[in-house]
Design a protein around this ligand. Sequence first.
Ligand code: PSU
Ligand code: MN
Length: 297
Amino acid sequence: MLTYSLEVREALKEKRPLVALESTVIAHGLPYPDNEDVTHAMMRAVRASGATPAVIAVMEGRIHIGLEDAELAHLAKATDVLKLSVADIGYCLAQKRLGATTVSATLKLAHMAGIRIFATGGLGGVHRGAEETYDISADLHALKTFPVGVVASGVKSILDVPKTLEFLETLGVPIVGYAEDAFALFWARGGPALGKAVCDATEAACVLDTHLSLSLGGLLFSNPIPKQSALPKQDIEEAIEKALKNAHAQGITGKAVTPFLLKTMASLTQGKSLAANKALLVHNAHTAGEIAAALGP
Ligand code: PSU
Ligand code: MN
């Protein structure tokens, strides 16, 4: 079921380390053409740090580990793309539909392909108001299930961050601060202290390798957005409240919630949240590349 891109095939042959990249952020998280541009920038960042990028997606009944440029261009423009969590991969393959993988599905497929590290923007998590809606991302259980390290700027701050941290603690998923012992708040910096942090990629690779050897599932590296690209917490919080109100008023539920909130945030912040999102995605790809290079194939 696996189709490898040319670049990934060569990396496998030469035993060079791979970094998985998800595709929901391309199809549902960012507008065109920013989605295609930032994915190319992420792939360049992975290569610059000594690893090979593998964007994961489902196309025509096959699991793609790495996309050719034309396939990426197609995915970035397509409008009929399924948003795949682990629950949807089988359906998408059998129906030969075009599917973009969320963090949960990417974790599963990266593991199938033997990839141990993966970069994204922000993990999904416990939504605000989850005590009513039960809306908790499948990303959290998947991170417990599949032995892969994820480099992300924490969880998207449209979520309930304290509840998400509690949920990950209950599952037993470690969160390790990368170069800072404070949980990353997606567009902003300076969340709660984590009590676990690493200084650099070598330390991160050692922690990841050790954790994976214990068969305890995956691990989250919390990589804060670079200072020069971060947005002030307060400004962001006001926009989030507004975006959540809009979502509620328009009856947005289920898989549509996160894409709706990201889009609304981009317009409420006059594009500032989008610029920050792109910056953190490229930074996370670069960090994951360095960890992959230190980890080896
Ligand atoms: N990171 C981003 N933008 C995104 C996502 C991550 O910067 O759009 C995606 C990931 O695919 C993640 C998904 O798995 O959002 C979470 O969706 P949900 O809340 O419906 O589980
Ligand atoms: Mn959800």
